[in-house]
Design a protein around this ligand. Structure first.
Ligand SMILES: Cc1cc2nc3c(=O)[nH]c(=O)nc-3n(C[C@H](O)[C@H](O)[C@H](O)COP(=O)(O)O)c2cc1C
Length: 167
């Protein structure tokens, strides 16, 4: 089983989660940051996992573009979708629903809101201002949810065995 994990990260959190997922799933795993000009050929993989992070309610444009351009291919593959974000619960779930097309969400074998991290040192003045105002933060924080990452990876690896239905 060959997997491609495609992601876009702004300050590094989504890349870290992509790697955490990659170490937890079976088979060969390749990574592609959507900021790269040349991406590996998606059609050569059995399984694709797509992730990005939420800023002002939106996933990165490059993630949306990738999903739109590869829609047919993605619908024919095993698919996983994830986001990194600061909000939790219903808000996080709504952000995930808004981040990806409905048909890809319905097709996905596993979906994940991985939590997020805020690294104030890596941000410019405007980003720092926005995050401090929005989350009332005055220091960096890491709220990534590794239990959810583990669950996501386990579900991605789960095989469908029809005989199990009769046991
Ligand atoms: C300017 C800015 C705006 C953000 N807006 C949101 C938001 O609307 N909703 C949310 O849940 N998280 C928001 N976040 C938090 C990020 O999604 C979170 O820090 C995430 O881990 C970033 O991942 P990355 O380092 O891969 O970009 C925002 C962060 C920044 C810096």
């Amino acid at each position: 089983m060959k997997t491609l994990i495609v992601y876009r990260t702004t300050h590094g959190c989504t890349e870290r989660i992509a790697r955490e997922i990659g170490t937890r799933i079976g088979g060969k795993v390749d990574y592609a940051d959507l900021k790269q000009k040349k991406l590996p050929a998606v059609k050569e993989y059995d399984r694709i996992i797509v992730g990005g992070s939420i800023h002002a309610g939106q996933i990165q444009h490059k993630v949306k573009e990738f999903c739109a351009e590869n829609r047919e291919l993605l619908l024919g593959k095993e698919l996983g979708l994830f986001i990194c974000c600061m909000y939790e619960g219903d808000v996080a779930r709504k952000q995930l629903q808004d981040a990806f097309p409905a048909d890809l969400l319905a097709h996905a074998k596993s979906i994940l809101t991985a939590g997020g991290s805020v690294n104030l040192e890596k941000m410019n003045f405007l980003e720092r201002f926005a995050v401090k105002k929005m989350a009332h933060l005055d220091q960096s924080m890491d709220h990534t949810d590794m239990v959810a990452v583990e669950r996501f990876a386990r579900k991605m690896d789960r095989a469908f065995i029809p005989m199990m239905l009769f046991v």
